[in-house]
Structure formats: structure tokens, C-alpha cells
Design a protein around this ligand. Sequence first.
Ligand code: DQA
Length: 147
Amino acid sequence: MKLLVLNGPNLNFLGIREPEIYGKETLDDLRHMVEDYCAERDVEVEFYQSNHEGDLVDAIQQAYGRIDGIVFNPAAYTHTSVALGDALKAVAIPTVEVHISDVTTREDFRQISYVRPACIATVMGLGFAGYLKAVDLLLEKSRSNEK
Ligand code: DQA
């Protein structure tokens, strides 16, 4: 089982950006947390962050045929990007949409997600733990497919 953890724009500024919303821990802290969690479960993981929409599309396309599940926090592109939703549909890799904050309690412009229709689940408002929950959901999905 190999997972891709994909993070969108401004998530490289975790720990600096709006800590009252996103916490004080950094993207490196998140990477270590996810890598440890996956290692304990014998799951291989790749971690990638980009501030550029096209780079994220490329990363999704490059996952095709190689990656069994995607944990995806598209950040602000969640609310704007038809291209990312289309890329997920194109590769048809089980994907869980993750948000650190609970976007349902935030601004109106955050209430739309262009990636959600291409995802098997959405996890939000759990902080970094949401990424671990997403790993669990992808593991459950892969086990239920094996049955
Ligand atoms: C976010 C929520 C988005 O609305 C925002 O643009 C982000 C981060 C989150 O993790 O809570 O950059 O995806």
C-alpha cells in the first residue's frame, strides 16, 4: 500500500500562518507525524507540497498506476479549482479531502469544494489528526476492496 499526502498553497507556512486557526506546528512536524503513523502500519508514503495549481495537477497525474490512495489538503484551491477535481476524477485513485480547520464554520467562499465530488470522504476540523484519520479511511477502503 502506497499513499501520497498532498498539500496545497500556504501549507508550507504552517506554524507561521494564522496559528489561532492552523496551530503552531510546522509542515515538517506534520510530515514526521504522518510518516511515523504510516511506518507503524507498514504503509509507504510520499509527501508533497506545492503553492502552484499545475504542480498539484502534475503530482496527481504522476500518482496514476503508482499510488493506492491520496490524502489531499488542496487548501485555498479547494474552493476554486475545477482542474484539481478533474485530475482526481481522471486518475480515479481513492482520495480523502482533508482540512485542518472546520471550513463549515468559516467564510461563505469556503463552503464550496471542487474536489469533494471526486473524494471518498472529507475530514475537517481535527487539526493534524485529520491526516491520520484520512490514512485510516484509505486503509479501510483498500481492505474492503480486497474482500
Ligand atoms: C484549509 C482551509 C482552506 O479554506 C484554506 O484556504 C487553507 C487551509 C485547512 O486546512 O483548513 O489554506 O484547507
